[in-house]
Design a binder for this molecule. Structure first.
Ligand SMILES: Nc1ncnc2c1ncn2[C@@H]1O[C@H](COP(=O)(O)OP(=O)(O)O)[C@@H](O)[C@H]1O
Ligand SMILES: [Mg+2]
Length: 227
C-alpha cells in the first residue's frame, strides 16, 4: 500500500509529492462557500472511483439529501457510490444528541465495517459542538486522532473560519493536524475569488505559494502557480 494517498483533485497532488501521507489528519480551513465541501467530496469520490479506496463522509453541516443534490450537480453521484458499497455517508445531525464519544465510535465502526481507507468530517466545527466541555473534547479528539493514525485512515476535517481569520480557534489543531490547508475567499476588483494555501504538511516538501482555485460545473480544481 502506497504511503501517499492521492486526492485526484486536479492540480493538487503535484504540489504535495503525490498526495497526503497515509493516516494523516488534514485540516481544511476556509470561509463559507470557499469550496471545503466540494474539495472533501472529491477526495472521497476520487478515492472510490480512481484509487479503489472506500470512504466515509460524515456530514454535519448539510443534511445528506442536500449534500447529494449539490454534489450530483457537479457530476458526483454519491447516491450511486453508496448503493454500490464504495462509500457511506453519515448524517451526524441525527446522532448529535448522543455526544462526541458516541459519534466517534459510530464513525470508527462504520470505517471498520466497509473496510474504508478515507474519512471526511464536514465540519469539525459542527462535530465538536456535540460536546459542551472543551476539556473533554481535547481528550476525546486526541484519542480519536491516535486511533485514525493507528488504523491508517486518511482524514480530512473541514473547519469554518471567518473571513480574514488567521487562526482556526479550535484549540486542538496543534495536536490533531498533520496538515493545515486553507481555502481563502478574496476579492479581486469587483470579483470574489478563492485561493489555496498549504500552511503546513508534515513530512512533505510542499508548495508554499498561493494558488488560484476554480469551481466549475465539474467541481473544484487548483491552478498551479507558475512563475
Ligand atoms: N456549478 C458551479 N459553478 C461554479 N461555482 C459553483 C458551482 N457549484 C457551486 N459553486 C461554488 O461552490 C460554492 C460552494 O462550495 P462548498 O464546497 O459548498 O463551500 P463550503 O463547504 O466551503 O461552504 C458556492 O458558493 C459556489 O460559489
Ligand atoms: Mg460546506
Amino acid at each position: 500500500m502506497s504511503s501517499r494517498v492521492p486526492t485526484g483533485i486536479e492540480g493538487l497532488d503535484a504540489l504535495i509529492e503525490g498526495g497526503f501521507l497515509r493516516g494523516d489528519v488534514i485540516l481544511l480551513a476556509g470561509g463559507t462557500g470557499s469550496g471545503k465541501t466540494i474539495f472533501s467530496t472529491q477526495f472521497i469520490y476520487n478515492g472510490a472511483i480512481q484509487y479503489g479506496e472506500k470512504g466515509v463522509y460524515a456530514t454535519f453541516e448539510e443534511d445528506v439529501k442536500t449534500l447529494k443534490r449539490n454534489m450530483l450537480k457537479l457530476g458526483f453521484d454519491l447516491e450511486k457510490l453508496e448503493r454500490e458499497g464504495y462509500i457511506r455517508i453519515l448524517d451526524l445531525e441525527a446522532l448529535k444528541s448522543e455526544g462526541l464519544s458516541e459519534n466517534i465510535r459510530f464513525i470508527l465502526s462504520t470505517l471498520e465495517e466497509i473496510n474504508g481507507k478515507r474519512l471526511v468530517i464536514d465540519s469539525l466545527t459542527a462535530f465538536l459542538s456535540a460536546c459542551a466541555e472543551k476539556f473533554e473534547y481535547r481528550m476525546l479528539m486526541h484519542l480519536f486522532y491516535r486511533m485514525l493514525k493507528l488504523k491508517g485512515y486518511t482524514t480530512i476535517m473541514t473547519c469554518s473560519v471567518p473571513t480574514g481569520a488567521k487562526a482556526l480557534g479550535l484549540g486542538i489543531e496543534e495536536f490533531i493536524a498533520d496538515s493545515v490547508l486553507f481555502l481563502e475567499n478574496i476579492t479581486e476588483g469587483l470579483e470574489l475569488k478563492i485561493r489555496f494555501l498549504i500552511r503546513k504538511m508534515r513530512g512533505t516538501n510542499h508548495s508554499r505559494k498561493y494558488h488560484n482555485v476554480i469551481i466549475t460545473d465539474k467541481g473544484l480544481q487548483i491552478v498551479p502557480f507558475t512563475a
